[in-house]
Design a binder for this molecule. Structure first.
Ligand code: 5AD
Length: 346
């Protein structure tokens, strides 16, 4: 199996079958070998620096009905909220003072936040904080809308493909959503010039190793600047409420593989990982990740952004706990830095 890891590290193509073989061969020994190589690769490009992003969950209204997500429109138990432009700008000011130089505006696909309003918001944030990057994560849009936001100053865009396997995509989403459009959006974003992030849930219902292999092949082809992965976690008001959560070790293994496949990728240790395990952030970093995205939303709305149950959003998941995050990262040999944390090209 080390031969396959070598192959990956030396940027050789891997076939679907080879990916499946590698995923099936996961063992504690192979994990340790992979993680130590992944850390060495990360160090080569980013040193021991960990980038932080302030995550602002600015609306939990969503017109979509994804089977896994607590924000789905059919969830009538969720108290909906929408931050105002002024509230979002106040979050950015607070975040700036805490040392954040990237703001991630994430929300459901909320028709009340029209393309023009979002463009105006992006421009206002960039005017107030010209040394900061703005990342948008608001779903599927026509190319012209992505272009409008890019022209307003948005730097990056996060849109997980969720699963690159078309049949699996349909098991997770209602018929009006299509994997073709999802992928099309990612190519549009890249063509426009965004730093692009894709990603997938690990252990989502019905997922097989062959489908994970499909995700790795797709990511290799897209060559994104960022990849966000985290375990699937059930949410009690969704059709997947009784499905088991994704596996911690598999998630970490995939983080390590992503680091080897895309050596300079920006790779977050995600909130879902931190929710699954109290040491999730550290374990993610030790597997090759180099980004943390603490929550910068106003405390009163954090529990309403209920993607999944028990979402970690207090304590060290809060942007306000930067010092504590710093200590935790130092304890594993990493430094949290005040920096935009842009993707560096090879
Ligand atoms: N478990 C884990 N991740 C989830 N997401 C949405 N719902 C869940 C869930 N139940 C992830 C999706 C989405 C991101 C914002 O949150 O991958 O892209």
């Amino acid at each position: 199996m080390k031969a396959l890891i070598d192959q990956l590290e030396h940027r050789h193509e891997m076939s679907r079958e080879e990916w499946i073989t590698l995923l099936q061969a996961r063992s504690p020994e192979l994990e340790q070998e992979l993680f130590s190589r992944a850390r060495a690769v990360r160090r080569r490009y980013y040193g021991d620096r960990v980038f932080i992003r302030g995550l602002i969950e600015f609306t939990n209204h969503c017109k979509n009905d994804c089977y896994y997500c607590g924000l789905r429109r059919s969830n009538l138990h969720l108290q909906r909220y929408r931050l105002s432009r002024q509230e979002i700008l106040a979050c950015c000011r607070e975040g700036y003072d805490l040392g954040y130089r990237t703001f991630v505006l994430q929300g459901g696909e909320d028709p009340a936040w029209t393309p023009d309003k979002i463009a105006d918001l992006v421009a206002a944030i960039k005017a107030a904080h010209p040394d900061c990057a703005v990342t948008l994560s608001v779903g599927e849009q026509p190319r012209a809308v992505y272009q409008l936001w890019f022209d307003a100053g948005a730097d990056r865009y996060l849109l997980r493909q969720e699963t690159a396997d078309n049949a699996h995509y349909h098991q997770l989403h209602p018929p009006e959503l299509s994997p073709e459009n999802r992928k099309h959006c990612l190519w549009d974003l890249k063509a426009i010039g965004y730093q692009v992030g894709c990603g997938f849930m690990v252990g989502s219902p019905g997922q097989t190793e062959a489908q994970l292999a499909e995700d790795m092949l797709f990511i290799r082809q897209l060559e994104p600047d960022m990849v966000g992965i985290g375990p699937f976690l059930p949410q009690h008001d969704t059709p997947f409420r009784d499905k088991p959560a994704g596996d911690l070790h598999l998630t970490l293994f995939l983080l390590g593989l992503l680091r080897l496949m895309l050596p300079n990728v920006l790779l977050p240790a995600t909130t879902a990982l931190a929710t699954l395990d109290p040491k999730g952030r550290e374990l993610g970093i030790l597997a090759g990740a180099n980004v943390c995205m603490p929550n910068l939303s106003p405390p009163g709305v954090r529990d309403k952004y209920a993607l999944y149950d028990n979402k970690a959003c207090t304590g060290d998941e809060a942007a306000q706990s930067r010092r504590s995050l710093e200590r935790r990262m130092q304890a594993i040999g990493c430094q949290v830095v005040v920096d935009r944390g842009d993707h560096i090209s090879l």
